[in-house]
Ligand binder design. Sequence first.
Ligand code: ADP
Length: 624
Amino acid sequence: MKQFKTESKRILDLMINSIYTNKEIFLRELISNASDAIDKLKFISLTDTSVISNFEINISMDKDAKTLTIEDNGIGMTDKDLEKNLGTIAESGTLKFKTENAQKTDNELIGQFGVGFYSAFMVADKIEVYTKAYGAEKGYKWASKGAEGYTIEEIEKDSLGSKIVLYLKADTEDCKYSDFLEEYKISALVKEYSDYIRYPIKMEVTRSKRKEGSPDDKPEYESVTQVETLNSMVPLWKKPKAEVTEENLKSFYKNEFHDFDDPLKCVYAKIEGTVTYDTLLFIPKRAPYDYYSKDYKKGVKLYCNGVMIMEKCEQLIPDHFGFVKGIVDSSDLSLNISREILQQDRQVKAIANSLEKKITAELKKMLEDDRENYEKMFAEFGLSLKFGVYAGFGMNKDKLKDFLMFYSSKKEKLVTLSEYVKEMKDGQEEIYYACGESYEKIAALPQIELAKEKGYEILFFKDGVDEFVAKILIDYDGKKFKSVSEADFSLDSDDEKKELDKKNEEHKGLLSTIKESLGDKVKEVRLTSKLKTYPVCLTAAGEVSIEMEKVFNSMPGADGKMKAEKILEISSTHKILDTLSKVYDKTPEKIANYATVLYEQARLLEGLNIDDVTSFVTAMGEII
Ligand code: ADP
C-alpha cells in the first residue's frame, strides 16, 4: 500500500467528507479526462497508423455491484504515470497550499485546484483504474479506498486506454448516490455538462418500444436495449454563434479548465482575415494560486481543424495577458507541426498578433461598459498588466497604459490615468502620486496633507512595481509623473517660492549645522512649505526614490547599498522652527541631538526603519 503525498491527502479528505452540493460534477471531470486522453492518442494516430481510430467513451452501470464505469480508448497510463498523476496533486503548490489556504472553505478550495480525478471520491468509497498506455507492454491496475493510500499492480489488458470503476457510496439522507446507476440520470448529466465533447459518449440504453405488428387497439410493448450516443459531439466553437448561449460558454469553461467558478468574461469569436480561426477566450474570476509564481504556465489550447495539437501553446498569448484561458482552432496550421516549428511559424505569429488585438479590444470594451467586472479583473490581474508595462524596457507600455488603474485620494476608488488627467486642476502640469505599503500608510504621509487640502488628486502607489511603472511610462498624455516625495515637488506660486528662499537664507546657519551633524545620511537640510501639521519629512533627489530603496532592499540578495539621496525638510510654518532657532542661538552644540531625533522621525513617517536606535534613544534622553 502506497501513501498519498501529504497535500493530496488533504484534498482527498476534503473530497471524501465533502459537503459540496454539486457532487455530480465528478462525471464531467472524468469524461473530460477521458476526452483529453483520447485527444493525445488521436494526435499520435496522425503519424502512427497502427493506432485504431474509433475513439469513444463508454459509460456503464452495474446495479448489483453498485458500480459506475467510465472507459476510454485514449492514451492510457503507465505505472509511473499512475504514481505521478493519481498519487500526487498540486505538486508545486505544497507550501503555498498549507499557508495560504488555512482559512478557505471547502468550496473555495475545491474551486481553486483542478481536483478533477479526486472529485470521484465525493461519490465513491472505492475506485479502481484499469489502464494500458500507448507504447507500453503491460497494463496496470490502480486501486484506492481513499485516505489509506493506493495500490498499483500489473494486469493483463489488451486494448489501450483507461477504465475507471467507481464503487458508489451507500445512500444517505442528503445524497442518493444510487441515482448515478440510473440511465436517465447519467444521460441528463452528460447532456448538461459534456454535450460538446468531441468523441461519442456511449451507453446502453433500455427503452420500451411497441412490438412490431402488435394491433393498434391492443398495443404490446417490449424492452429494447441498444447502445446510444448521449452527446451531440459538435465542439462548441464549431456551432453557429447564434446557437451558443452565455450558459454554454460558462459550462464549457468550467469543464475544460477545471474551474468551479464561472469565468468573469467569455468571448466567442470567429476571426477571418490574414489568418482564419475560431476562438473561445475566458478571463477567470480568480487568479490561480500559482499565477504570480514561476510555476504558472500560460497558454491556450491549440487545435487544427478540431484535432488538438497542443495543450498549452504559450506562443499565442503575451505574458501580460497570461491569465487569459481559451481555445484556438485554425485550419491554416499544419497538423504535424512540432514544438520547434511552432516557435517560428508565420501562421502562429499571425494568430498571436490577432489574439492580442482581440483581447485588448475586449478589455477596452469591459472597461467602458462593464466597470464592475473590469475592476474585479484588475484586482486579480492588474499586477500582471503592470509587470507587462515594466517588462522588456517598456516595449508594450503604449498598448497597456490605458488599462492601468490606481487608487485616487479624491475619488477614494480606482481610476484610470486618462480619468486622472481629465480631472486635473487648472494649471496642474503633472500627475501626482505617493508611495507606501498600504493606502492607510500613504494617506498618513506628511507630504499628502497640504496637497489634499489644496484640492489636488493624488494617486496612491501601493504595489512595489507601481513606481517603476511610472518611471517607465515617463508621462501619460504629455503629463509627467511626479512623486510627492520628490525633492522638487512643490505646490507654491512664484511669490511663495521667493518667500521660502528668503526663510531658508535667514536660517542658513541652523540648517547647515543640522546637515553637518547628520553627515552623509542626508544630502541637504532645508525648509519646506508643503507640510501642514507635521514638522518634518524626507524627500529624495536623484533617480532612486525612497520607495525604490525599500523595494530593492527587500529583494533577496540585496546588499542594502541601494540608497535614495535624502533631503530632510523642516516645515517653515511649524513652531518647531522657533524652538530650533532658540536652541541654535543659545546652545548650538545641542543641535546635534535635535537633528538626530528629527531625522529618525522623518524616516519613520516615510515607512523606513530607524537608522541608528542607540543614538536615537540617547539623543531623545538628552533632550528630555
Ligand atoms: P487534471 O485533469 O486537471 O490534470 P486530474 O486529477 O483529473 O487532473 O488528472 C490528473 C492526470 O491524470 C491528468 O492530467 C492525466 O495525465 C491523468 N489522467 C486522468 N485520467 C486519465 C485517463 N482517463 N486517461 C489517461 N490519463 C488520465
